[in-house]
Ligand binder design. Structure first.
Ligand SMILES: *Cc1c(COP(=O)(O)O)cnc(C)c1O
Length: 381
């Protein structure tokens, strides 16, 4: 490996070409609805603005984020397309998103009243989407409050304060396509849309599905699908279909270089607490990343990395800045890949998630800390 191609001490490399590829692939798979790329939480750790630009290049009609701050970050970056946000606490200032032509979400009549007041102050109408709780019991108006919300929304629309642009909800179990909650939620959503339309609302978009719903429940695609994890190339329902089976390419690679390689003797304990003890002479390498960089401590003694094309297990506890791996022929300075697309035998973020008993979302979203992050354009032409 020459110096120019050798990886940094610790780095995250995001392939924006993979993201564009995934969006095109997903559009083929879901055939029909508009696509919203969800770029909340710094684009699931991939870089909110870089991912948003790549997604627009690939033709997504909508971007979705959780917070108002995230939406304004995208506007400050120059994005002018349709953009929805959905988490605001009482008293938050809806003026800036209204002025920036961001669609905001109302969960309750109180929240709608705050949006109307902000629109009146701003002297322009707010684009508002109403969220109905179909059974996740998280955000959204419960059934008992829905009629009041849609009536209030219709009244506010008549005054010109708001335009109700969307009606939406969110699945609880879409990664388990056979779970009975999916059909119940879909029916509850249809009923809620009907009530809203009876109240006089004519939304531009009705939407219910995240990645797993969009891929595995065709009846729930409605006008728009909200794609997060699948657009980053990871499987939304790994028990149903892997990323490879879906034709998706994981966009994030986490890699670095080993600090040191050395031999241990039988009986040597490794890392804090000596939770791993060598039972024979073995060669190990030291990786300069730890939980301070978002490497999950739950991966202690379970996850694997790739060094010189060979898999090696994490030995003992992941520390704040470093961890030890088994590496039969390692030398100091070797390239170590924690996870990547998986094409050259390296682990994937899904492998790390399995090792930590979590989901790939958490692996990629938490990664960061002191790692250098760069973006490449891959080859999606
Ligand atoms: C995060 C999020 C999504 C995207 O979910 P994925 O499973 O990553 O596709 C969609 N909708 C809402 C409301 C979300 O919070």
């Amino acid at each position: 490996m020459n110096a120019a191609s050798s990886p940094a001490r610790a780095e995250i490399v995001v392939d924006l070409g993979a993201i564009r590829h995934n969006i095109r692939r997903l559009r083929e798979l879901v055939a029909g609805p508009q696509v919203m790329m969800v770029v909340k939480a710094d684009g699931y750790g991939h870089g909110i603005c870089q991912v948003a630009r790549a997604a627009r290049e690939a033709g997504v009609e909508w971007l979705g984020v959780a917070t108002i701050d995230e939406a304004l970050t995208l506007r400050a970056d120059g994005d002018t397309g349709r953009l929805l946000c959905w988490v605001a606490v009482p008293g938050e200032d809806f003026g800036p998103p209204i002025a920036a032509d961001v669609d905001v979400t109302a969960y309750s009549t109180d929240q709608l009243a705050e949006i109307v007041a902000a629109a009146d102050r701003a002297g322009r109408f707010a684009r508002v989407q109403l969220k109905f709780d179909t059974g996740l019991s998280r955000g959204g108006a419960p059934r008992a409050e829905w009629q009041a919300l849609v009536d209030a929304a219709a009244a506010a629309e008549r005054t010109g304060a708001v335009r109700i642009t969307g009606l939406w909800s969110h699945f609880a179990c879409s990664d388990e396509p056979d779970h009975p909650a999916n059909a119940q939620q879909e029916q509850a959503f249809r009923d809620a849309v009907e009530l809203a339309e009876k109240a006089g609302l004519q939304p531009e978009v009705r939407h219910l599905s995240n990645s797993a719903g969009a891929l595995h429940r065709p009846s729930a695609r409605f006008d728009l699908v909200r794609l997060g994890i699948a657009a980053y190339g990871l499987a939304p329902a790994p028990a149903v279909a892997s990323s490879k089976e879906l034709g998706l390419i994981p966009a994030m690679t986490v890699r670095g270089r080993t600090v040191l390689a050395k031999n241990l003797h039988a009986g040597d304990g490794v890392s804090y607490g000596h939770t791993f003890v060598a039972d024979k002479e073995m060669r190990v390498a030291l990786v300069p990343m730890g939980y301070g960089d978002g490497i999950p401590r739950h991966a202690s003694s379970t996850a694997e990395v790739s060094i010189n094309g060979r898999r090696g297990k994490v030995l003992g506890r992941i520390c704040m800045d470093q961890f030890v791996v088994a590496a039969p022929d390692a030398r100091a300075g070797d390239e170590v890949i924690l996870f990547g697309p998986g094409d050259d035998g390296e682990p994937t973020a899904q492998d790390w998630a399995d090792a930590c008993d979590t989901i790939s979302y958490e692996i990629v979203t938490r990664i960061g800390g002191r790692q250098r992050r760069t973006w490449t354009n891959g080859s999606d032409e």
